[in-house]
Design a protein around this ligand. Structure first.
Ligand code: FMN
Length: 286
């Protein structure tokens, strides 16, 4: 016993293993996909085995597995074999319950768009329609299918190239980019749990471009490294936002009242790490 439950996938059948898969990699975005069959009949279904994998070319992959019940290919997969085009939508919270309606395994040719009472918008570069009221819509063409097996539950990777991206104007920031604070989309978690992206759950963290922008843990003064007050997360924020010449602090002796200084620094984290450092440097000079 080391604090972990360790599992070997080969010892599980699909039904007992699947909940570990979908419960462990979370949150997953949901591709809500429209396709049409050879007769032009539309289909809409959600897939959370989904992400983007390349910006140029702009590539997304989602995976309608073979049916866990019948081993048959999903309608979305069959449609892509007949008409190799789709539109991928992100699901807004406002349409969460409608999305859930479209997951039912309806007979081929049943129009889930009508079932869920959704409205469509014509696409520009592909034949399947767009779903109105969704904030992000990607018209895409099928590039390749990679089958991961023929057994029930085996993933079938639909590798698609995005040929048009439509962004609702009310989700854009001043630069015209999607603003995550305005999107209110949902993502899939384990079981029947979902996540709703709300501004209060977001935080902002700039990616360091150059290694000198961050400080190395060994360069932290010993009192900070071993602080009984600052948490691992606090120290991470201090490392990611170092003071000028921070590497010179490595061998400095702690400020006289360092516990008190750490308390004041903690109060400034995570939002004002630079101020926390200024406070520390002032205490060192005292
Ligand atoms: C949020 C959500 C995510 C889902 N993700 C997947 C998935 O990634 N792969 C899959 O095969 N089925 C997934 N399903 C189930 C499919 O939506 C379901 O099998 C659907 O009937 C397939 O529709 P189709 O046969 O019209 O293609 C998901 C269901 C929900 C509600």
């Amino acid at each position: 016993m080391n604090g972990y439950k360790t599992l070997n996938p080969t010892e599980f059948d699909l039904k007992s293993w699947h909940p570990y898969m979908i419960g462990s990699v979370v949150p997953r975005p949901i591709a809500w996909v429209t396709t049409i069959d050879g007769q032009g009949r539309p289909n809409l279904a959600p897939f959370s085995y989904f992400n983007i994998f390349s910006s140029k070319p702009p590539i997304a992959i989602f995976s309608p597995s073979t049916s866990a019940r019948t081993g048959d290919l999903k309608d979305t997969h069959k449609n892509l074999l007949e008409v190799p085009e789709c539109v991928i939508h992100l699901v807004p919270y406002a349409l969460a319950a409608r999305m859930n309606i479209t997951t039912g395994e309806y007979a081929r040719g049943i129009n889930e768009i009508v079932k869920a009472g959704l409205k469509t918008i014509p696409s520009e570069a592909v034949k399947p329609p767009r779903i109105a009221g969704t904030p992000v819509q990607m018209e895409a063409q099928l590039r390749q299918i990679i089958s991961l097996g023929e057994n029930p539950g085996a993933g079938q990777l639909m590798i698609v190239e995005i040929v048009r991206l439509h962004l609702a104007e009310d989700i854009l920031d001043e630069q015209g980019l999607p603003d995550p604070r305005k999107m209110d989309i949902i993502a899939r978690l384990g079981g029947f749990w979902y996540l709703r992206i709300r501004p209060e759950n977001l935080f902002w963290m700039k990616q360091p471009r150059d290694p000198n922008e961050v400080m190395s843990w060994e360069d932290l003064p010993a009192d900070i490294r071993e602080s009984p007050i600052l948490s691992a997360a606090d120290i991470g924020h201090l490392l990611a936002n170092p003071p000028q010449g921070g590497e010179r602090l490595r061998n400095s002796s702690p400020p006289a009242n360092y516990i008190e200084v750490h308390r004041k620094m903690k109060a400034l984290l995570p939002h004002a790490p630079q101020q926390a450092w200024t406070l520390y440097l002032e205490a060192l000079r005292e």
